[in-house]
Ligand binder design. Structure first.
Ligand SMILES: N=c1c2ncn([C@@H]3O[C@H](COP(=O)(O)OP(=O)(O)OP(=O)(O)O)[C@@H](O)[C@H]3O)c2ncn1[C@@H]1O[C@H](COP(=O)(O)O)[C@@H](O)[C@H]1O
Length: 108
């Protein structure tokens, strides 16, 4: 479900990139360009770090959502798809399980 929602948001952001919509914040970011998007990713990352130290779950969830959105905007701007991230993670899954097996062998 979560994966689907993120894919839907990615698609909508991509749609904004391809068909700019007046008044859209996403469009504003694409118009400002990469440096502005990077600044937002930096700011939102800091806000996640601050919120993580605060006991309020709702603030943390809010800031993670902001960061996630801005990272998706960055990916679209750089022309990177969700599938490319999935492939990288899947590759690691294979590598990690091999590393784990090796560790288990060394532990014998
Ligand atoms: N998920 C988001 C989302 N998360 C955060 N934001 C915006 O990110 C901004 C973060 O707030 P800040 O105070 O840090 O920034 P700001 O002062 O508004 O603006 P800056 O000048 O600092 O960039 C807010 O304006 C939020 O509206 C988002 N804007 C859009 N979306 C989704 O993106 C899709 C496309 O929406 P439009 O951009 O409206 O077309 C829709 O599904 C939206 O729900």
């Amino acid at each position: 479900m979560m994966e689907q929602d993120i894919a839907e948001l990615y698609k909508l952001i991509l749609e904004r990139k391809n068909n700019p919509k007046e008044g859209s914040y996403t469009d504003y970011l694409f118009t400002k360009g990469l440096d502005k998007i990077l600044k937002k990713v930096g700011e939102e990352s800091t806000e996640v770090i601050v919120a993580a130290k605060n006991p309020s779950d709702s603030e943390f969830i809010y800031e993670v959502s902001d960061l996630l959105y801005h990272v998706l905007v960055l990916m679209v701007d750089r022309g990177i798809s969700l599938d490319q991230i999935k492939q990288e993670l899947a590759k690691r899954e294979g590598l990690m399980s091999k590393t784990k097996d090796r560790r288990e062998i060394n532990d014998l």
